[in-house]
Write a protein that binds this ligand. Structure first.
Ligand code: IVH
Length: 667
């Protein structure tokens, strides 16, 4: 082994690091990498004098620092002025055009990564300093910690002098994993990836920093290697030197293109693997930047376009218990309405009673809420406690007085009075009539309550006996509404498919996707119950599990349901009223989603069935649960924790409706 061979090995490992961490496209197996790394360590142990500062082994220092040295900047590191809407952005555009004598320049449009700003100095191609922004003039030397970030080259591909600025950040999936570990250890979770990244870069022990894997994107060439062609060309140059830059940067040469790019980004925000809090719009040409100059605080050639805030505080009014159609009692915090990420939030599910205890929450508290990449509003914590009693789990159902029981997982409380509890009946009928199931127009919460209290309806089958005169006799119900509802019921009956009917029954574990699989096999609800009557439970379970997508748990739930006397009575009543549609046969399609499997969950702006139908029409497949085979989780409001955790576990991207639109559009 010669010194040159040693240097070649360092270069080889550095390149593998880059492929693995930056390009996420490793070319060797983990085992091969480990073998090369072990070889390098052995050589360095045998020849300590050979060790170079840019060796991958030198990324994590072994002695904790006692503090960070101060870095003083002769020219302060400026921050950016903010805009929040198209009008503000137009004003910036007009100012720039005016400042350049009436000519529209080229703009770059870049994601504004919500991380921690840093500045890297390379001398002769070697990283010599990584400094924080600090107050702009005085920053801190965090070189030892920044070196733990594998995508930041310790040595460039060419021995040049360059100063670059960028952002250190933590990917959403890493954040979720570290927070899950923290929760499991009984510790308070971090509020967001930015806080965690900022906290981590300021740790004194580089070994601890290395345990919190971070990434970096460099977005400005401050000195050296500034290509005359401009900013974006200079970024391409530093990328060629091995420095990680954003692959998302775009450019626009006029107002329409700028506005279109900015608008398109709103929908893509959640599809990125890291948090962004907006966009940065910059004039591309360095000459034009110089012409525009700076104010005392901000450059005149760049601006931040901030997306609506995702974390805000508001006051809690009260606790509400939500009894679902399965009897689960979910705690919901009713809030003073507040605007988050462009929508008004007035209620937030607290998911379960463990969460209530952990938050230590009560009426009148001020809470921090967020609508993050997770899309669903969450209570992050209590920021101010009122002198009120803390909320505790109830012991009986407030609707029917039945003592509550704990589900297997111990954190969900259930009212076991399934068929008699008025709240569950109400929820079951609402669900049956709801969008995505039978789609009975005009049959909302209030009317269902009226039908139940007047005794006109006791189960979903009774709906189909309703007559216009009966309905017209209801309080505050006109003749026209009565006629419309009867027509809507007839239409729902005519339009129904076997799968939507099966899903509408509310059989535990049977959602739209499973119902489709079952209906694909039996074609009608009547055929399913006939099969049950003709065989034993064991035989039916066996026949059901033979269907793709139907497991043992689902099969037992279906078998139990069709043999339950109450449930069966309702099914027989439905069939007797002619509610027993046939399942249509599906055709194969080619489209932007061919080969992709999507799982759709939560409350969306249109019925879930409609969303799924569009995915199928675009060639996609629908999955009922999230596995490593799932391509995307489309999450609406109230998405369950389990689905989100499964997505995190399997590295499945979580997108919202806007993200889905982008996919359907072929983006
Ligand atoms: S350019 C003088 N580009 O946002 C121009 N900043 O609110 C310096 N940031 O301090 C900033 N992504 O920490 C720029 N693509 C990007 C950015 C970006 C995130 C951060 C940066 C800056 C802050 C300004």
């Amino acid at each position: 082994m010669t010194h040159d061979e040693y240097l070649a090995l360092v270069a080889e490992l550095t390149e593998h690091d880059r492929r693995y961490y930056d390009a996420a496209a490793p070319t060797i197996s983990d085992g091969e990498y480990d073998r090369l790394a072990a070889k390098l360590r052995a050589i360095e142990a045998a020849h300590p004098a050979w060790v170079v500062a840019w060796s991958p082994t030198q990324r994590v220092g072994h002695t904790p620092l006692s503090g960070f040295a101060k870095v003083v900047r002769p020219v302060p590191m400026l921050s950016l002025d903010n805009t929040y809407d198209a009008d503000d952005l137009r004003a910036f555009f007009d100012r720039v055009v005016k400042g350049l004598g009436g000519e529209a320049p080229r703009f770059s449009i870049e994601p504004k990564i919500d991380g921690f700003g840093i500045e890297l100095t390379y001398v002769g191609g070697v990283l010599t300093l990584a400094a924080t922004r600090g107050d702009g003039t005085i920053g801190e030397d965090v070189t030892a910690n920044v070196k733990t970030i594998r995508t930041i080259p310790v040595r460039l591909r060419e021995p040049v002098d360059v100063v670059v600025r960028g952002e250190v950040y933590m990917a959403k999936d890493v954040f979720a994993r570290l927070n899950a570990e923290r929760l499991a250890a009984g510790e308070e979770p971090w509020k967001n990836p930015r806080n965690l990244a900022a906290g981590s870069i300021k740790l004194l022990d580089a070994r601890e920093v290395a345990a919190r894997p971070m990434l970096a994107i460099l977005y400005e060439v401050v000195d050296g290697e500034r290509i005359a062609a401009g900013h974006l060309a200079s970024l391409a140059r530093i990328a060629a030197l091995g420095i990680p830059t954003s692959r998302e940067n775009q450019h626009a040469d006029d107002w329409d293109a700028l506005l279109a790019a900015v608008t398109a980004w709103q929908a893509r925000r959640d599809a990125l693997p890291y948090e962004i809090d907006g966009l940065v719009i910059k004039v591309d040409s360095f000459d034009q930047r110089a012409q525009l100059g700076v104010t005392s605080k901000f450059p005149r050639w760049a601006i931040a376009y901030k997306f609506p805030a995702r974390q805000v505080t508001t006051r809690v009014k009260q606790l509400e218990l939500n009894v679902g159609r399965t009897g689960a009692m979910t705690p919901v915090a009713i809030l003073e309405p507040v605007e988050v990420s462009g929508t008004t939030v007035s209620r937030v599910s607290l998911h379960n009673w463990d969460q209530v205890a952990r938050l230590d929450i009560g009426d009148g508290d001020r809470v921090l809420i967020e609508k993050a990449g997770e899309i669903i509003p969450q209570v992050l914590g209590v920021t101010e406690r009122a002198a009120t009693p803390r909320w505790t789990a109830p012991t009986t159902c407030h609707e029917c007085g039945t003592p509550l029981v704990r589900e297997d997982d111990k954190v969900v409380l259930v009212c076991p009075n399934r068929l008699q509890c008025p709240a569950q009946r109400q929820a079951a009928i609402e669900f049956f009539a709801g969008r995505g199931q039978l789609n009975i127009d005009g049959l909302g919460e209030k009317l269902v309550a009226q039908l139940l209290t007047t005794g006109l309806v006791t189960d979903v089958a009774d709906l189909f006996d309703l007559t216009a005169p009966q309905l017209a006799a209801l309080e505050r119900f006109g003749e026209l509404s009565a006629k419309n509802l009867v027509a809507a019921l007839a239409k729902a009956k005519a339009d129904a498919t076997a799968s939507r009917l099966i899903a509408a029954l509310g059989i535990p574990h049977v959602g739209g996707v499973v119902a489709k699989a079952i209906a694909g096999r039996y074609r009608r609800l009547s055929a399913l119950v006939a099969a049950a009557d003709a065989t034993s439970s064991e035989a039916l379970v066996e026949a059901l599990t033979a269907i793709e997508g139907v497991g043992e748990v689902i099969a037992r739930a279906v078998d139990g349901f069709v043999r339950d006397p109450h449930a069966r009575a309702v099914i027989d009543k439905l069939i007797a009223r002619g509610v027993d549609p046939e399942e249509p046969v599906a055709a194969v399609v080619e489209g932007p989603l061919t080969g992709k499997t999507l799982c759709v969950t939560g409350t969306l702006s249109v019925p879930r069935g409609q969303v799924e139908a569009r995915i199928v029409a675009a060639g996609g497949k629908i999955a009922g649960s999230v596995s490593k085979k799932t391509s995307y989780l489309v999450a609406g409001a109230d998405t369950g924790k389990a689905k989100l955790e499964a997505a995190t576990k399997h590295g499945v991207p979580v997108i919202d409706e806007a993200g889905l639109e982008a996919l359907l559009a072929g983006g």
